[in-house]
Design a protein around this ligand. Structure first.
Ligand code: CAA
Length: 266
């Protein structure tokens, strides 16, 4: 990455924050990279979530992207040159879990691609609304790595073992229609209605008693997360281990160089 582009990333707002009465709307705004989740974007997302948690006037949070992409995954360009030691020592991407710890309700409004880390980010939210255009998937296998932010765990919990296996092991894309059928998304709307409908639901929830909303969320998380905690950590460590593989280096380099990957199975 050139020095100038890097400087832009350091100073740029990669998330637009809007307030609509009791709803905080967070719009991922990195269109040139289809909202790929770089370190800076996650830092800004986490800062916005901290702000929402600490502000009693906020009762619900909506996360959305653009029409083309909710988010196309972790930033492959940023990860490409990392070594196993780099990712293992720093417990790479552990900070992403901040979203799953949020006490206030979070709704994802997904248009276009929600792939890899983008699908994982959506699954950390409490409700997923999708546009007809939405495409979900865990394509990490195609770049020589694996989901690292809950993809193998939350997807399995939501859609069951054989569907999760098929989605993660083939890297294929899942349409919004199929995503609704298998229980990955809550509801599907025409593109033009997605954000409006999401904001209506968010406002409705935000105007119920805050403590009651929090207790309901805590109770549902109790059943889903008691099974998840160990699995999320196990998956993240395995994901980090893929950085020791030549195939992971080849897969990510091939994506950056816009050519097919040639795996050597080592
Ligand atoms: N990281 C970095 N840059 C990305 C990106 C990503 N995940 N996804 C897209 N981009 C960039 C592209 O490099 C391209 O940049 P340039 O214009 O500078 O070349 C720009 O966004 C537009 O992308 P495409 O030209 O590829 O757009 P397309 O419409 O032809 O294809 C796509 C769209 C199918 C989503 C394709 O971009 C794609 O396959 N992206 C990668 C998806 C992926 O593998 N995600 C998993 C990442 S690993 C991960 O997320 C690990 C984890 O669990 C945390």
């Amino acid at each position: 990455m050139s020095a100038m582009k890097e400087e832009k990333l350091m100073t740029e707002e990669l998330i637009d924050v809007e307030f609509h009465d009791r709803v905080m709307l967070l719009r991922l705004n990195r269109p040139e990279a289809l909202n790929a989740l770089c370190k800076k974007l996650i830092q800004q997302l986490n800062a916005a979530l901290d702000q929402a948690e600490n502000d009693a006037r906020i009762g619900a949070i909506v996360i959305t992207g653009s029409e083309k992409a909710f988010a196309a995954g972790a930033d492959i360009t940023e990860m490409c040159h990392l070594t196993f030691t780099d990712v293992s020592d720093k417990d790479f991407i552990h900070t992403w879990e901040r979203l799953s710890q949020c006490q206030k309700p979070v709704i994802a409004a997904v248009s276009g691609y929600a792939l890899g880390g983008g699908c994982e980010l959506a699954m950390m939210c409490d409700i997923i609304y999708a546009a007809e255009s939405a495409k979900f998937g865990q394509p990490e296998i195609t770049i020589g790595t694996m989901p690292g932010a809950g993809g193998t765990q939350r997807l399995t919990q939501l859609v069951g073992k054989t569907k999760a296996m098929e989605i993660c092991l083939t890297g294929r894309l899942v349409s919004s229609k199929e995503a609704e059928q298998i229980g990955l998304v809550s509801r599907v709307f025409p593109e033009a209605d997605l954000l409006k409908e999401t904001m209506v639901t968010a406002a409705k929830i935000a105007n119920f008693s805050g403590p009651v909303v929090r207790m309901i969320k805590e109770a549902i998380r109790h059943t889903t997360e008691s099974e998840l905690v160990g699995g999320i950590r196990f998956e993240r460590r395995l994901f980090q281990s893929t950085f020791a593989l030549e195939d992971r280096q080849e897969g990510m380099t091939a994506f950056v160089e816009k050519r097919p990957a040639v795996f050597k199975h080592r």
